[in-house]
Design a protein around this ligand. Structure first.
Ligand SMILES: Nc1ncnc2c1ncn2[C@@H]1O[C@H](COP(=O)(O)OP(=O)(O)O)[C@@H](O)[C@H]1O
Ligand SMILES: [Mg+2]
Length: 209
């Protein structure tokens, strides 16, 4: 059976594509057949990133493809062990479609209430539409300090949702890596790679139950 992981958020710039690429990369490194589906056809950021990865000859290589809808991406799911859906911003229909189909829906969020408030509303909406709460998890991304992480975690718990253990700190090295077609687990800094790895491992643990 194909494992389907959806990255969603109504906000842009929170880390959907960043986590989607890294998850796909780790699955590929583990020898799994993986497809990263770029559903942001307007921007095609992961498709462009993939071109940079191919041009730089980064291993492991894996397949990235743009799809207009999640339903179209799901048609090719049986050919893969893992399908990672990199969702578009400002698209409730796509968000709901991903929510219904994914084994796990990961919503990256920053630590500000400006980020957290709409993020929680998005998950409430998915629950109202019948998506099991256990399928929904937050990932704290672009976090400044441990104190900030703590406050964000409390906000999420208060709203009745789960967040992955650990967080992705805001670091230029994560941006720079992606400029070169690399993932946040492939930066020049082992400690940053390890941090990203730990959060991603958490996703895998959750899926394997
Ligand atoms: N932890 C981080 N630290 C610094 N920059 C980051 C981090 N995570 C993501 N970015 C950068 O922020 C921008 C938006 O991230 P992206 O994953 O494309 O968001 P989304 O897909 O949700 O729009 C990108 O330029 C990316 O390189
Ligand atoms: Mg994106």
């Amino acid at each position: 059976m194909t494992t389907i992981i959806g990255l969603i958020s109504q906000k842009g710039g929170v880390g959907k594509s960043t986590l989607a690429r890294a998850l796909a990369r780790e699955a590929a490194a583990g020898g799994l057949r993986v497809k990263l589906a770029d559903l942001d056809t307007q921007q095609g950021t992961s498709t462009n990133w993939h071109r940079r990865r191919l041009e730089a000859g980064v291993e492991p290589a894996f397949s990235v493809e743009a799809f207009k809808t999640a339903a179209q991406a799901l048609r090719i799911a049986p050919d893969f062990d893992v399908l990672v859906l990199d969702g578009p911003a400002r698209a409730s229909a796509a968000t709901l479609e991903i929510g219904r189909q994914a084994s796990l829906v990961v919503q990256p969020t920053g630590a500000s209430v400006d980020d957290l408030h709409p993020a929680v509303l998005t998950f409430h909406e998915l629950v109202r539409e019948g998506v099991p709460r256990a399928h929904l998890v937050f990932a704290l991304c672009k976090i400044g300090t441990d104190a900030e992480e703590g406050e964000a975690r409390a906000y999420i718990a208060q709203a009745g949702f789960d967040a992955l253990a650990g967080f992705i700190p805001e670091r230029p090295a994560y941006r720079q890596a992606q400029n070169l077609g690399l993932t946040i687990t492939e930066t020049r800094f082992p400690q940053l790679n390890r941090r990203a790895d730990e959060l991603l491992q958490n996703v895998v643990d959750r899926i394997n139950g």
